[in-house]
Structure formats: structure tokens, C-alpha cells
Write a protein that binds this ligand. Sequence first.
Ligand code: ADP
Ligand code: MG
Length: 250
Amino acid sequence: MTSTQTPIVRMQKLHKHFGSLHVLKDIDLEIVPGEVVVVIGASGSGKSTLIRCINGLEEFQSGSLDVDGNTLLPNGKSSQALQTIRTEVGMVFQQFNLFPHLSVLDNVTLAPMKVRGWSRQDAEETAKRLLDRVGIADQANKYPSQLSGGQQQRVALARALAMEPRLMLFDEPTSALDPEMIGEVLDAMRELAKEGMTMVIVTHEMGFAREVADRIIFIHKGEIAEQGTPEQLFDSPQHERTQSFLARVL
Ligand code: ADP
Ligand code: MG
């Protein structure tokens, strides 16, 4: 991690409310290119909301947010930046969100053709390469319902990568999977991290977090309570609330 680099994400004093619920409180967060950041915290602490703000899926009420030079303004007043950010930031969700009526191949080629204007031939070449990379080249002509959960999530990953994102967000990508399929998805993510992709990952897989993260962020009730390297966070957490959270999950 080279902290002298220009950050790809710069969040300053960000506040997010859902009605009267103050969900994110004064979040300052900078992420540099190539960095792998894992976000941990109890259910309801604001992890999903935090990463959904980064690609504009959630509006925020005050503060500032810059993603790869595109500025998102409070209350959604930045539609052009939002469009750019959506094409540059890939996201993988807990529920795979594949298009059920499209083949695996068409799931992966759709956005590059529609949004990037690629020819079908170019999009299919890239899609096949990506499906191969996540180990499911032989599933290209099947429909999502014919695949296991682990395979579907790898399609979702290939689909996001097809847009050549500058940044990838993951929101509990293995939480909906049967235990025996978690490893294959984590392996694909591990490879991506090794290749230098900038990643923000919400996960409860603490072993994986320790292994791939450059930095762990612990969110408590909408605030960054503590952050540091995996060694710092897991082996010598400074705050009582980090300690009690880790005591419950480790
Ligand atoms: P986490 O991902 O850490 O479990 P979330 O970011 O999903 O937490 O949620 C943080 C808080 O915001 C929770 O109290 C949740 O109930 C609330 N929340 C999340 N999404 C919405 C929404 N669309 N409308 C109202 N409240 C929401
Ligand atoms: Mg969540």
C-alpha cells in the first residue's frame, strides 16, 4: 500500500440518514489504487450502506465523496458523475442478481455491449476469457437456475469485471452460499486481489479478511470505530467494542 498515491475513493465527513435514522456518522475514508479494504461490523451497523454510497446506490445528506475524480454531491445532485461512477465501479451482492432469462454468456456481455458499445464479438471474447478466469468457461450457455450458488456468484463476478471496473465492491458475497461453495468464490476474489484490483469487501469470513486485506475497518453504529492492518485489528484491537465484536465472531 503506497499512501502517497492519489486516492480512488475519498469520503469526507459523510453523513447518511434514513428518515430519522442516522446510519452513517462523519465517515472519513480514503482508499488508494490497489488497496484491499475489508469492512466488518455487527448486523445493522451500516456496512452495506457505506459501500452502496460509494457507487451512488444510496444518497447521502452531507459531506463529500469523490470516486476516481468524479464528485458525488449530497442528496443525489450529481447525475453525470453518478453515471460515470456506475460504469467504473463493479459490485457483487449477497444475492447474485443475475438476469434469470439470459444465458451466462449474455449476462456477462449485456452491459459491455449496451453501456460501453462493444460489438457482440468483442464482448463475447472478453466474457469467455473472464468465465474461464473464474473457472466456469464450460457453463457459458446455461441459464443461472442451472448453476450452483457458487457458480452463479462467479458469473456475477465475471459480469462485473467485464465492465473493466476501476474499483470492485463486494457486499457479503458468500453469505448466501452453502459452506462448500464459499471457498471457490473466495478463491476467485483472492486472485483478483493478487492482480492488483482495488477492492472494498464486506464479509464475515475473518480468515479470508486477515489473508487478503491491506486494511480492516470496523464499523460500529454507523461510525468507523477502529481501523488498521489485519494484525492490528485482529491481534490487538484497541477499542472495547472491537474486542467484544471479535470475541463473538472469531
Ligand atoms: P449492515 O449492512 O451493516 O447490516 P445496513 O447498512 O444494511 O447495515 O443498515 C444500517 C441501518 O440502516 C440499519 O438500521 C438498517 O435497518 C437501516 N436501513 C438500511 N437500509 C434502509 C432503507 N432502505 N430504509 C430504511 N432504513 C434502512
Ligand atoms: Mg449489509
